[in-house]
Write a protein that binds this ligand. Structure first.
Ligand code: SF4
Length: 173
């Protein structure tokens, strides 16, 4: 079964929290057996081997580019992360972290996180559509006046020349 509830898994992750994208394959994708770990693996005759495996997985996670988002994903997707190492945490440690999240944000802490994410996305979208300020509009107009309509791509020399003309125009204005 996939560790992240991918297409081949009968269990699906919370759609509000997709598994984070990694720019490179993660160690749990290339070496999944390092990350197999169930509650109780550190007891009995295999304890030493389990500790060694746990240490290797923790080291791998500490260098992972998505460790922070992986932990968040593992905490909100409890049914998918009952076993295994995620973001250097054991199942027992994640249970403790979930308790702390509930103490901090309330019993509906997952919904609170989802609402925070949604608000962040809306703020980012609004920022992308914020109209130019009066002074920014003036600069854009002046650029067209002194350099003519934008033609792309510009060579580095053309960029320098246009910038010099724009600065001269701003000084003169
Ligand atoms: S941090 Fe998460 S994604 Fe990265 S190696 Fe560890 S378990 Fe895999």
């Amino acid at each position: 079964m996939s560790r992240t509830g991918a297409a081949d898994s009968p269990m699906k992750p919370d759609p509000r929290f997709p598994f984070p994208h990694s720019p490179t394959p993660t160690r749990c994708q290339t070496n999944p057996t390092f990350f197999d770990f169930a509650r109780g693996d550190r007891t009995g005759p295999t304890r030493a081997a389990a500790e060694k495996q746990l240490e290797r997985a923790r080291q791998a996670c500490s260098g992972c580019p998505i460790v922070k988002d992986c932990l968040r994903w593992a905490l909100v997707n409890k049914p998918l992360t009952k076993v295994g190492i995620y973001a250097a945490t054991t199942p027992g440690q994640r249970t403790e972290l979930r308790k702390r999240m509930a103490e901090r944000l309330g019993p509906d802490w997952i919904d609170v996180l989802a609402a925070q994410d949604q608000a962040r996305r809306e703020r980012a979208a609004a920022a992308r559509h914020t109209p130019l300020t009066v002074s920014q509009t003036r600069i854009v107009r002046l650029d067209v006046e002194v350099n003519g309509p934008m033609r792309l791509p510009l060579s580095p020399a053309e960029q320098q020349r246009n910038l010099a003309r724009l600065m001269a125009g701003l000084k003169a204005a």
